[in-house]
Design a protein around this ligand. Structure first.
Ligand SMILES: [Zn+2]
Length: 276
């Protein structure tokens, strides 16, 4: 988000920082990006997931390609989980989606959260490895084709302020930005706010995760007009149990969103949730 969060973020920066401080910050960011581009050109191209030498930047080696489990139809129309068989025409629901329908309308993900995709996401989150953004944008556009056809606006899942400070950027905003560039859809990086600190979701059950993130998000009052009446596509890096996506979807619906779909790079195919 810090890198290039779009005009909305820039306008917000200008308001928060004041025009002079904003201009200084813009100039330093441009200089920083320029320096990084030069550094990037000097660093030999390597696989995004395993760092094996490659001919081009921003790509994967053949072994890592094979180690990604891309999610292909048939999938559950609500949860996006792979289904073992196609059942005729029209959308199909998994037993899990029927038993416990999610608050969002539909979720889709590029791949399951294992193998090289797990390494890619870890690198994106913790290693500031942004060279994959174009590839991720293309992947998201492919996996989210149906959702994108109905979407008015892209909204990333926000990161807690202290995490944003520690990691310097929000990986979901980076993905939403890559998708916005790929599709031309507008993105609103500041629509959702985290209004309450939440503990790490790692190791929590679905019920615990739901409780942990309940009420943690809110639509910023100033951005409400961007959400009201709109079909929102929420963008995240990983859908684990869907608890975060549901808490975000609830906040977006409260602000008047007429549809909330979710698109992620990876989906944890949770046996506790999946009927298979
Ligand atoms: Zn590799």
């Amino acid at each position: 988000m810090r890198d290039d969060g779009g005009r909305g973020a820039e306008a917000a920066d200008a308001r928060v920082l004041g025009p002079v401080a904003h201009a200084v910050r813009r100039a330093s960011e441009v200089a920083f990006r320029g320096a990084r581009a030069i550094a990037g050109a000097l660093v030999p191209p390597a696989c995004l997931a395993c760092r094996a030498p490659l001919a081009d930047h921003g790509a994967l080696c053949a072994d890592c390609w094979r180690a990604i489990t891309f999610i292909r139809p048939p999938v559950c129309d609500r949860l996006g989980i792979p289904l073992p068989f196609a059942a005729g025409e029209g959308p199909v629901l998994s037993a899990a989606a029927v038993a416990d329908p999610p608050i969002f309308d539909r979720a889709r993900a590029v791949a399951t959260h294992d193998g090289a995709m797990r390494r890619l996401i870890h690198a994106l989150k913790y290693a500031d490895r942004q060279e994959g953004r174009r590839l991720f944008g293309r992947w998201l556009a492919g996996a989210g084709r149906d959702l994108l056809a109905d979407a008015d606006i892209l909204v990333p899942v926000p990161l807690a302020r202290w995490r944003l400070w520690r990691r310097r950027f929000n990986q979901s905003a980076l993905l939403a930005d890559a998708l916005a560039r790929e599709t031309g859809l507008p993105m609103e990086p500041l629509a959702l706010l985290r209004v309450r600190a939440t503990r790490s979701q790692v190791g929590l059950t679905r019920a615990q995760r739901r409780k942990n993130v309940a009420g943690a998000f809110r639509v910023a009052p100033r951005r409400r007009h961007r959400i009201d009446g709109q079909a929102v596509l929420l963008v995240d890096d990983v859908i684990t149990t869907g608890a975060t996506a549901e808490a975000c979807a609830r906040a977006l619906r409260r602000a008047g969103a007429r549809r909330v779909d979710v698109l992620a790079l990876a989906l944890v195919t949770d046996l506790a949730r999946s009927p298979f």
